[in-house]
Structures are given as structure tokens and as C-alpha cells.
Design a protein around this ligand. Sequence first.
Ligand SMILES: Cc1ncc(C[n+]2csc(CCOP(=O)(O)OP(=O)(O)O)c2C)c(N)n1
Ligand code: SF4
Ligand SMILES: [Mg+2]
Length: 444
Amino acid sequence: MSAGPTTITPLATYRNESPYPFCPGCGHTVILNHLNEAFRLLDRDPREIVLVSDIGCAGLSDQYFATSAFHGLHGRSVTYACGIKLARPELDVLVVMGDGGTGIGGTHLINAARRNIGITVLVFNNLNFGMTGGQHSTTTPAGAVTSTTTAGNLERPLDVAATAAVNGAGYVYRGTSFDKDLPARIAEAVRAPGFAILDIWELCTAYYVRGNQFSRQALFATLDELGFATGVVRHEEVADYGAAYRAANPPRPDSPSLPPKGLEPRFAAALARRFELVVAGSAGQKVRTAVRLASEAAILSGLAASQRDDYPVTVQTGHSLSAQILSPEPIEYTGVETPDALLVLSTDGLKKVGRHLAAMGEDGRVFAVPELGELPTRAPVTPIDLSRAPGKLNRSLAALAAVLGALGLLPKEALEEAARLGPEEYRAGNLAAIAAGWSLASGL
Ligand SMILES: Cc1ncc(C[n+]2csc(CCOP(=O)(O)OP(=O)(O)O)c2C)c(N)n1
Ligand code: SF4
Ligand SMILES: [Mg+2]
């Protein structure tokens, strides 16, 4: 997502050139065309619109638009959208989800509605799970035949619009993909300050239509029989939760809700290519903290840095592992398969890096505490012996400093500066660990 452009660049179309992938006659195509019209009415820079897509056929939608996008797990799209909106209130955040996702993530929907978080949810309600072969969902009408209700559905369908309305959603609309005013209603919903939802009924031609001889007329007749309200069901002036929260909690200078301060590069690193380093130890060894310090030192040296941590849910037992990438170029992919270097600090860590050790070749470097013995790898293994260091020394940081120094990845001054920028209570200890490790570097 962009950092937020200041000039508005509305588009003649917010669609990109990819054709939709849906079956002939699928209602998703029609609704997405309406959505494109709604974007034109809203007249916003496409980078300031975020389409958050759920799973299912409806969940494919975001990739056909030139907006920002986020795609996640089934039923969880509302949670991602809420997070995005709370963090970046200036963006228009829209969710596209199927009736399947609406049922699976029902509680998220209710909570977002009752809090009035200012997102807009479009439910592509085709009354069944389309993508997986026409199983019944929470909105399938009673009596309907689907692949999981072959004798007719016994359940009462969920009234999505009424549920959102009774829980206080600011804007609630129910309509169909056939509504000519759908673009205007979508735009109205996006402009409404609180939570907005449009329950849009439509046809899944591949399954629901075939299984129930369903049609446009039958769709309207079903809405009538159920007595489900249509049109704008509720439109109330409500406070957007994010705005209310920010008013009630003005940011303090140390507030975590403030944007990160950033680290200005003031050192120079000699690193000319992407370098992948994995550090593997045990919980409590401060592995992640040591690697974070190195990441900060890299940024202070003008490099890009990424860090992926892995540890079990248990407290103070088990492994603690950090995969770090340092690069003079932006880092697009943060996965590490065959690290350039591996630092193993404990048996717990060793148990987790078997695949790295096996993948590394003679051009790799492995560093390990000597008590681990021989390691199963073709890469040369260099012992790092800190057994005679003072008991309180942060051994992970010392060993990492030794590796960074030996490989010439970062300047020592950048590591020291990162330590100085950290919490005061750890400053002296971290500086001592860096000094101890760096003194070993030339011998490795
Ligand atoms: C948590 C979870 N459960 C089940 C699935 C399998 N799944 C993938 S698509 C789908 C059906 C989607 O139906 P719906 O949300 O109504 O979208 P449609 O395909 O009808 O547009 C299901 C059940 C999944 N991906 N994740
Ligand atoms: S399976 Fe149903 S929902 Fe999916 S593309 Fe086909 S008609 Fe549309
Ligand atoms: Mg569906």
C-alpha cells in the first residue's frame, strides 16, 4: 500500500484489464461492475481505496481492480478491514465477501457493526458456497436443495441485514444484483461514517440456480416470502469507532499508535547483495532481541532488513529462531530456504534447522557453540566459544556480533548505535556483548 498520496487521481474505470473468471450469468460479475461504477461516483484516488476480499468465488474479486487490496482467510476479511481502517482512517476500506464467509465470520461482522467501525461490507449473497460446489450456507432459504441439503434445507436463513441493523450498524441496505441504483447505494454506504453493510442477493448459476430452478423472479419471490426488508433498512448518524477512539485517547508522545519514528541511515555497510542469516537458539536466550538489534543496525547503515521469528506458544521453553535478511535492495520476499549463514546457539535451535543445514552447500557458513558437536551439513562449521565469558553476558548478541564482524556484514559502530537507541536498562549489557563478540570476529 502507498504511504498516502496527496493528489487525488480519480479514474475513468477502476477495473484493470483482466477479465472476470466467473461462470456465465454469475451475479458476481454484475455486482463488481456496479462496484466499479460506485468507485467512479466516489471519485477517489485508487490507492486510497482498499478492497479486502474474503474466500470463495467472491473472494477472487480484488485482483480485477486497480485499488489497494488485501486477501486473507475465509470469514476473517472483516477483521483485516477493521485493522486497516483503524490504522489508516483516511482510506476507504471495503470488504467483498460471500454468504459463506459471512456465516463463518459472523461474530466479526456483529462486533464490527456494534462498534460501528467505518468499513463497508458487500455481501455477495448467492445463497450457497459457490466455489466448493454448492453447499448450503447460513443464508440458504429453508427448503432449498443444495449438495449438502439434498432433501431440502431444514434451517432458517440468517437475515444478514436485520442482524447488522439490530446491532447498531450505521448503514444497512438489502438489495439484489439487479438493482439499478446499486452504485449509488454503495457510494452512499462508503460515505456513511460508521459501519455499513449491503446484503446483495444474486444468482449462482452453476449451483443454486440449477439445484432449485432458481431465477431472478424466484429471488424476488423468496425475499417476499421471507418478509426480509429491502432497500435502505437503516441509515443513522452514528460515530465512527476509530474517530471516537482517537478523540477519547489523544496520542501521547510515547503512544504506540503513533507512526514509527524511523531510523535515519548514518553509517555505511559494505554489503552489496541480499544476505540471509538464520539464528537458532532457545527461549530466554534473547535470540530475537539480538537479531532485532542487528536489523536496526542494518537500517542505520542504509540497508533494508527483514526478520521473521519462530517460537512455540509455550513460555520460556523450546526453540527461538530468527530468520534475517539484509539487503541493499528493497526486500520483497522474506522467506529463507538456504541461508548464506546459520548461527546455532542451542540444541533446541539445532532441532529446528535440519532443513537449512541439509540445504546449505560448501559456500555457506555455519557458526555453532562447540557443545553441539558435529553438524550434518556440507557447509564449513566454525565454533564460537563463549564458555569463559562472564555469566551475565548476552551470549546470543555476542555470538551474533562475532558473526556479523567475521562476515563483514555491518559496521560495529552501527550495532553500538542500535544498542544505544534501545532501552536504557539493557544499554550497558548490550554494548558489553557487542564488544566481547566483535573481539572474536577476526579469529573466525
Ligand atoms: C475456514 C475455511 N473453511 C472452508 C474453506 C473452504 N472453502 C473455500 S471457498 C468456500 C465456499 C465459499 O462460499 P462463499 O463465501 O459463499 O463464496 P462464493 O464462492 O459463493 O462466492 C469454502 C467453504 C476455507 N477456505 N476456509
Ligand atoms: S460457482 Fe457460482 S458463485 Fe462461483 S463463479 Fe460460478 S456461478 Fe459464480
Ligand atoms: Mg456464496
